[in-house]
Design a protein around this ligand. Structure first.
Ligand SMILES: *[C@@H]1O[C@H](CO)[C@@H](O)[C@H](O)[C@H]1NC(C)=O
Ligand SMILES: *[C@@H]1O[C@H](CO)[C@@H](O)[C@H](O)[C@H]1NC(C)=O
Ligand SMILES: *[C@@H]1O[C@H](CO)[C@@H](O)[C@H](O)[C@H]1NC(C)=O
Ligand SMILES: *[C@@H]1O[C@H](CO)[C@@H](O)[C@H](O)[C@H]1NC(C)=O
Ligand SMILES: *[C@@H]1O[C@H](CO)[C@@H](O)[C@H](O)[C@H]1NC(C)=O
Ligand SMILES: *[C@@H]1O[C@H](CO)[C@@H](O)[C@H](O)[C@H]1NC(C)=O
Length: 894
């Protein structure tokens, strides 16, 4: 002991280093308990624990001295084999007795936490293996029965420090009595009871008990609510901070609850968003409900763009069967990408039964960064081989909703056993009510029953101590350096994350099988350097999503395009993760490469290859750039078709781009076409289903899709057909400044084809440049792409082949012409004309976008005939329509 007290001050310093995540100068707690009694049994005078809490002794006429049976005096003793932890209070001394004894606590009325601390050891004259006893509260509740601390400690596989937490309501004018009753002795053994420490702390009246105003929690699987009235006692089984560190009692909201790490109970891989400095808004629940740090971290699956029946987050929690349990799930939407209700719906299963069909954190809490919790009661039946042990499964599955991120989130869990109709909470001895200590790697600061970190180096010499101190310092330095990283989302299973080791340069930790270069995470600092702090002079594009900047990363050599999404844009937020997920897995010479992203400080920034020649559109019209030669236009179209064909056929699950248009086809320095902007993309497989949300851009939107709301690859083919006409005619897909019948390019081009006048509406720059053989093939492809029925359109693969064929025809004709006319000045004089052989009504103009459009001061307003809905925009070409068509029956008659 002498040794310990000399080392103590040094060790305390050491511990402060070891636990850098425990804040030191704590602010005032949100809740101040009226009753706050900490009793150190078997001890005289006052002692302070490591958290500076003062424990009162129960000896020497202490006001908390126990009441005993006549002439059966209890004893006090120090533990015979103290372990080397610093955590001596209240564990090193005990009160023990062969007969029953009662502590009486004069407390105010209302619910109290009752925490019992045991040190599973032998004491002088008392063999620890003979401690079997029952603990009752107010002669009503059985908290423990025939309890053996040594059996439990063995079961837990290590620490002799054990604690149990209960919630008990104290009636008006009542005291709180705790009675320790040894199991009746047998002929061979004499059993005794003991206790090392007792803690009584008030809690807010309706923290866990149902209030008259608050509805009772649903009884899972029973279709009725289950009221937790204060005639019941509760036993805390688990209290977990999901995705974050353990939280020590002194960092609780004032009730001295300990929060453990949730990771040991998570059965599958997941991602772990953290926002350690987030300011939370307590508008849905009181601020004492749980510490901020519980809500500032979470476990999610990571955003997914595909709905999968089997994707889930599942936890397995060990419980005693035969009891009802209160399961409290804590939620807080902390991810910057989720801003509205309906964006991350999920389903909650408890004990494999549906507890919540549509869980939606923002719907419950009313907003982002707003904590909320949901309670459920579930009966865990005795089943299976082992009647004494059971696992309570909590599983979250993504909900199937259109326009949502397929994901789920959980920030914290509390599980309480509810006393049964006999007011009993006690389970059998050998079924531990706590898990074996989880592996130490996951538990830097112990989630077993000790309340503080155990430390084993005492007595093994200063040398070892110094070595550990050095190690601790390294840990601290490393923590400080990497702490910034925690503020960003790192999809541990999908991408990988980088840790900022030194400014600018990053070291990545790979957590995925994907190759490294696919998905780099930039710090905001790097992005600011690259864009000269978002210099307006570097803006190369502006859209509803935000701005695109030209940037220079890694000190100049690499030019990139930096897309900074508007953080308030709902659409942008979802598209952000979609684009990362899609692009980091897709590699193709005709797709724009995503280099990385930045999600620091709520920014949503995507970093792409820089396409020095901009968009296809800016080479076609409304431009001062040189007109593109016909051959080059064909090559660009073939490249874009290849990129789209790869999306449709080259990947495991076909991907539908959904927003093919000339501004989403970019050109690199060699004018090689690259398809970009996957924000609206969908993997095709589960979109055969009818969707309620129509997305795309007016002028390019497949009328068949808009009517039937069934998305297929053929919708991209339609849009691509519009691009082909755009390339040929050098005009906007939708131009309301023209005569009404010409507004919609696809419709107008088809009318011209019907009349045989397509050759008259081509780009004047192309006059005399297109070989008639090539023109016929090209016009045929373009016409077939924009046919009304998806089934009558070619596949992207056909389009690609035929465009290649058209290019060959052009080149052959050019070669022939070159022979005749070596100077190449000669033009094709033959009148370009094209007729499709079948003029059936399948091609008949049936486009729902022939609505009315009018100009107003604020830009173009588009009104569809069918719904009368108006859409403001600055440029009708870039209007994205979402759910414009509320009544499909109307639409199809258009
Ligand atoms: C908690 O909320 C109460 C009012 O509801 C407020 O007075 C108190 O300052 C808050 N505590 C903290 C720590 O924010
Ligand atoms: C111990 O603490 C209690 C409560 O804080 C106080 O009333 C009492 O005087 C203290 N006793 C000693 C010996 O310091
Ligand atoms: C608590 O114990 C005291 C003394 O043994 C007794 O007088 C009182 O009735 C008990 N109260 C309850 C609620 O059991
Ligand atoms: C108490 O528990 C022990 C160990 O589980 C068991 O052997 C014994 O029978 C129990 N005694 C009673 C009275 O339940
Ligand atoms: C939950 O996810 C895991 C891992 O992805 C999977 O093995 C398991 O089958 C899923 N469970 C259900 C019920 O879908
Ligand atoms: C409940 O779900 C868990 C986890 O998905 C599974 O391991 C267990 O077998 C299921 N139990 C029953 C009874 O279906």
């Amino acid at each position: 002991m002498g040794n310990i007290s000399i080392l103590k001050p040094i060790l305390l310093v050491f511990l402060l280093f070891l636990l850098p995540h425990i804040s030191i100068g704590n602010s005032t707690p949100s809740y101040i308990p009226v009753d706050n009694i900490v009793l150190n049994c078997g001890s005289a005078g006052n002692t302070t624990d490591m958290d500076k809490r003062m424990w009162i002794g129960d000896m020497d006429r202490s006001k908390f001295a126990p009441i005993e049976e006549h002439n059966q005096k209890s004893a006090t003793s120090e533990a015979q084999s103290p372990d080397s932890s610093l955590e001596t209070v209240p564990y090193m001394t005990a009160r023990l007795s062969y007969s029953q004894f009662t502590y009486v606590f004069p407390v105010t009325s209302g619910p109290k936490f009752v925490r019992l601390y045991f040190y599973a050891d032998s004491y002088s004259g008392y063999d620890g293996s003979l401690a079997f006893f029952t603990v009752e509260a107010n002669s009503k509740f059985t908290l423990l029965r025939n309890f053996s601390a040594s059996i439990l400690a063995n079961y837990l596989g290590g620490s002799k420090r054990l604690s149990k937490e209960f919630c008990i309501n104290v009636e008006e004018d009542q005291k709180l009595n705790l009675t320790f009753i040894p199991t009746p002795s047998t002929a061979s053994s004499r059993f005794f009871a003991f206790i090392n420490g007792i803690e009584i702390v008030s809690m807010p009246t309706y923290l866990y008990y149902s209030s008259p105003e608050n509805p009772s929690p649903p009884y899972v699987g029973q279709n009725v609510p289950f009221s937790i009235d204060n005639s019941r006692a509760l036993e805390m089984i688990l209290r977990l901070n999901m995705g974050g560190d353990w939280i020590s009692p002194k960092n609780d909201t004032g009730m001295f609850r300990k929060w453990s790490q949730g990771s040991p109970y998570l059965l599958i891989n997941a991602t772990n968003p953290r926002e350690p400095n987030l300011m939370l808004k307590y508008s849905a629940i009181p601020n004492y409900t749980a510490p901020d740090d519980v809500y500032r971290s979470a476990i999610t699956m990571g955003p997914s763009i595909t709905w999968n029946l089997h994707s889930n987050l599942t936890w397995g929690l060990p419980v005693d069967p035969g009891f009802n349990y209160l399961v409290r799930l804590h939620f807080c939407e902390i991810e910057p990408t989720i801003t509205m209700a309906g964006e991350r719906p999920f389903i909650i299963y408890i004990d494999n039964k549906t507890a919540e069909g549509t869980a939606d954190v923002i719907m419950w809490s009313g907003g982002r960064d707003t904590p909320v919790y949901q309670d459920y009661v579930v009966m865990i039946q005795k089943t299976g081989v082992d009647q004494d042990k059971s696992t309570l499964f909590i599983a979250l599955h993504p909900g199937k909703a259109t326009n949502a991120i397929y994901d789920a989130i959980l920030n914290g869990v509390e599980v309480f056993k509810l006393s049964d109709n006999n007011n009993n909470l006690a389970g059998p001895n050998h079924a531990g009510t706590l898990l074996p200590s989880p592996p130490s790697a996951q538990q830097p600061a112990s989630t077993s029953n000790s309340r503080k970190t155990r430390f084993i180096a005492i007595g093994t010499g200063v040398g070892l101590f110094l070595a550990l101190l050095t190690l601790a310092c390294c840990v601290v330095v490393w923590k400080l350096r990497t702490s910034k990283r925690y503020s960003s989302y790192y999809p541990a299973s999908k991408c990988w994350f980088w840790s900022d080791r030194n400014k600018g340069k990053s070291t990545r930790t790979k957590a995925s099988s994907l190759p490294d270069e696919l998905c780099r995470q930039f710090s905001l600092e790097e992005i600011k350097t690259a864009t000269h702090d978002f210099d307006e002079g570097l803006v190369i594009g502006v859209g509803g999503f935000g701005k695109v900047y030209k940037g220079f990363v890694d000190d100049g050599p690499m030019t990139v395009a930096i897309k900074r999404l508007n953080p308030e844009s709902k659409q942008g937020a979802k598209e952000f993760w979609k684009e990362i997920e899609m692009l980091s897995q897709l590699r193709h010479v005709h797709l724009v490469s995503l280099i990385g992203y930045c999600n620091d400080e709520r920014e949503m920034i995507l970093v792409y290859d820089y396409m020095s020649n901009g968009t296809l559109r800016e080479h076609l019209y409304d431009t001062d750039k040189d007109s593109l030669p016909w051959i080059q236009r064909l090559e660009i179209c073939i490249g874009a078709a290849r990129g789209l064909n790869y999306l449709h056929t080259g990947v495991k699950h076909p991907i539908i781009h959904r927003d093919v248009k000339s501004t989403n086809i970019l050109l690199d320095e060699n004018c090689v076409a690259k398809v970009s902007d996957f924000g609206l993309s969908k993997e095709g497989q589960d979109d055969k289903a009818v969707s309620t949300m129509v997305k795309g851009t007016f002028g390019y939107l497949d009328p068949d899709y808009a009517r039937r709301r069934q998305l297929t690859e053929k919708s991209d083919v339609y849009s691509f057909g519009v691009v082909l006409f755009e390339v040929l005619c050098a005009r906007k897909a939708l131009n309301p400044k023209l005569e009404e019948e010409q507004w919609n390019l696809a419709n107008w081009a088809r009318k011209c084809i019907d009349k045989g006048t397509l050759g008259e509406i081509i780009d004047p720059n192309l006059t005399g440049k297109i070989a008639p053989e090539c023109f016929k093939v090209y016009a045929d492809i373009a016409e077939s792409c924009v046919r009304d029925q998806g089934s009558q359109r070619p596949t992207m693969n056909d389009v690609m082949d035929k465009l290649t064929f058209a290019l060959e025809r052009q080149k052959e004709a050019d070669a022939v012409k070159e022979k005749v006319n070596p100077d190449g000045k000669e033009t094709y004089t033959e009148v370009l004309s094209f007729h499709v052989s079948d003029t059936t009504e399948t091609r008949r103009s049936n486009n729902i976008f022939s609505g009315h459009m009018s100009e107003s001061d604020s830009g173009t307003w588009l009104t569809t005939n069918n719904t009368g809905m108006t859409y403001p925009s600055l440029d009708s070409d870039t209007v994205r329509c979402e759910d414009v068509f509320t009544d499909t029956s109307n639409v199809s008659k258009a």
